[in-house]
Ligand binder design. Structure first.
Ligand SMILES: C[S@@+](CC[C@H](N)C(=O)[O-])C[C@H]1O[C@@H](n2cnc3c(N)ncnc32)[C@H](O)[C@@H]1O
Length: 280
């Protein structure tokens, strides 16, 4: 991107294997905005501007994404400690410290991980991170959760994961990008079908329950950037776990899910639920 290209320059060098033409820097991308909220550098001016608009309306967003990342870490560690050795991480995001593989491998060095995202920049980063890894051990696929078959039938998914054995399917901070018209319940149902007994489903999702008015404002501001999110009620999110057994403490605000330490007294700024459920 040089010369007359009016698009903003990336703050990161383009990685080997990255198809620059596939990366649209004219609109904010969820993965890059999330990276910015987390304090990362893998984002563009358009992402930072959109993220700052959200922060202006909801300064709490940074605390929420940090809590989400911590929930991801605690849930993956919990599952690895339960003996889960296979992870399908859909909507994985730009890999950063504490990604699914890091956490799982700290407990189970031979854990198998498939990372899925629909954003080419995530795929490029994840591929760079996994360069040299055994492709039978971990893989990255470019696929869209709205078409679960594209995830489940992908040859690289099936080269790494054996769905006859327990698997953890992670939908962490991704279902709020699936609009009602795309039928998130049907998508989750399809994923649950491939889960053999002993498998787990992990979901985190922004909610409108805690501060409905400001949540609506936050969603409106986020969506003005071009990407679209939906906040949902706890009842809607809990419904996706039907047929599974939610492990303690159920679907709760993120800091309350098996905290490592003491939970701060006031968590009213975390409008985000998380839960983990087992298929028996
Ligand atoms: C907020 S990030 C969450 C990253 C990570 N799961 C975490 O919680 O730390 C959401 C990710 O979902 C991806 N995403 C959004 N819609 C998606 C879809 N329909 N299919 C696959 N990935 C999607 C985005 O590109 C982004 O990387």
């Amino acid at each position: 991107m040089t010369g007359s290209d009016p698009r903003p320059q990336p703050v990161i060098p383009l990685l080997p294997g990255l198809d620059a033409s596939a990366i649209d820097t004219s609109v904010p991308h969820p993965a890059r905005m999330y990276d910015y909220f987390l304090g990362g550098h893998d984002n563009y001016e358009v992402d930072r501007d959109a993220a700052e608009h959200v922060i202006a309306v909801v300064p709490e967003v940074r605390a929420m994404v940090r809590e989400n990342r911590a929930f991801l870490g605690r849930s993956v560690r919990f599952l690895a400690e339960q003996g889960i050795r296979q992870f399908l991480d859909i909507g994985t995001g730009i890999p950063g410290p504490g990604n699914t593989g890091d956490v799982a491998h700290a407990v189970t060095p031979d854990a198998q991980v498939v990372y899925v995202d629909n954003d080419p920049i995530v795929i490029a980063h994840a591929n760079a991170l996994l360069a040299g890894h055994d492709p039978k051990h971990s893989s990255v696929i470019h696929a869209d959760l709205r078409d679960p078959e594209s995830v489940l039938r992908h040859p690289r998914t099936n080269a790494v994961l054996d769905f006859d054995q327990p698997v953890a399917i992670l939908l962490v901070a991704v279902l709020h990008f699936i609009e009602d018209d795309d039928d998130p319940a049907a998508i989750v149902d399809r994923l649950k079908q491939v889960m053999t007994p002993g498998s787990f489903l992990v979901v985190s999702h922004g909610t409108s329950d805690i501060d409905p008015q400001r949540a609506a404002e936050a969603v409106h501001t986020y969506n003005k950037g071009g990407a679209r999110i939906v906040a949902r009620t706890g009842a809607q999110i809990r419904g996706w776990f039907d047929g599974l057994e939610l492990v303690d403490p159920g679907l709760v605000q993120l800091p309350l899910w098996r905290p490592d330490g003491e939970v701060p007294g006031d968590i009213s700024d975390i409008w985000w639920y998380g839960g983990v459920a087992r298929k028996d």
